[in-house]
Write a protein that binds this ligand. Structure first.
Ligand SMILES: [Fe+2]
Ligand SMILES: [Fe+2]
Length: 189
């Protein structure tokens, strides 16, 4: 039974020990999932990533989405918001609130892909990279960016739609303040 964060990241995602250490040094365990929308608390990113992974697994099964490897849903779910390690800073006023800090890579999904591949040295496969890049769907896209999204949908429609739906379902349906079973098992602190 997979029950802790390290087990998920090694057995499901396939990270090596040195990559776990890197993630930890980036604050992956403690980062919030947002500044004020969902799981804006310490450990919120892990909680959200876990919820997205589980939703993506369910949705992929229901829609018969084909992924390039056995645990792609966990790769995508646990890494899709990696950039959040870098863009929230806890205020030092004791309020428990976070400020947004511009990360080194532009773009939300693209920045997570860059961190996973360039900085973490993890080999994302093309469908996984596309799903992470476009996990926000068409939100906030205008002009040529919409054309690029449309082009990506032509190549990986099921993977992108499933990931976007999983992200949305996790944030809006699962994260109303309850802790998932991961945290109760001590995986996310
Ligand atoms: Fe995101
Ligand atoms: Fe997300």
């Amino acid at each position: 039974m997979i029950s802790t964060l390290d087990e998920i990241l090694t057995a499901k995602v396939g990270l090596q020990p040195y990559q776990l250490l890197k993630l930890r040094s980036w604050g992956y365990d403690s980062a919030p999932a947002s500044k004020g929308h969902h799981l804006a608390v310490r450990g919120g990113l892990v909680e959200h990533s876990y919820n997205v992974s589980k939703r993506l697994e369910e949705i992929s099964k229901a829609l018969k989405v084909e992924w390039p490897r056995e645990h792609s849903t966990w790769v995508v779910g646990m890494l899709h918001d990696l950039v959040k390690c870098r863009c929230y800073r806890l205020r030092q006023d004791g309020s428990g609130s976070y400020d947004y800090v511009q990360p080194e890579y532009p773009g939300h999904g693209v920045a997570s892909v860059m961190l996973a591949t360039v900085d973490l040295g993890f080999c994302l496969l093309p469908a996984e990279a596309a799903a992470i890049t476009w996990h926000m769907g068409a939100f906030g896209l205008q002009g040529k960016a919409l054309d690029e999204f449309d082009a990506a949908l032509n190549v990986y429609p099921a993977q992108i739609i499933a990931t976007h739906t999983a992200d949305w379902a996790a944030a809006r349906l699962d994260e109303s303040g309850d802790f998932s079973d991961l945290r109760s098992k001590g995986g996310a602190k």
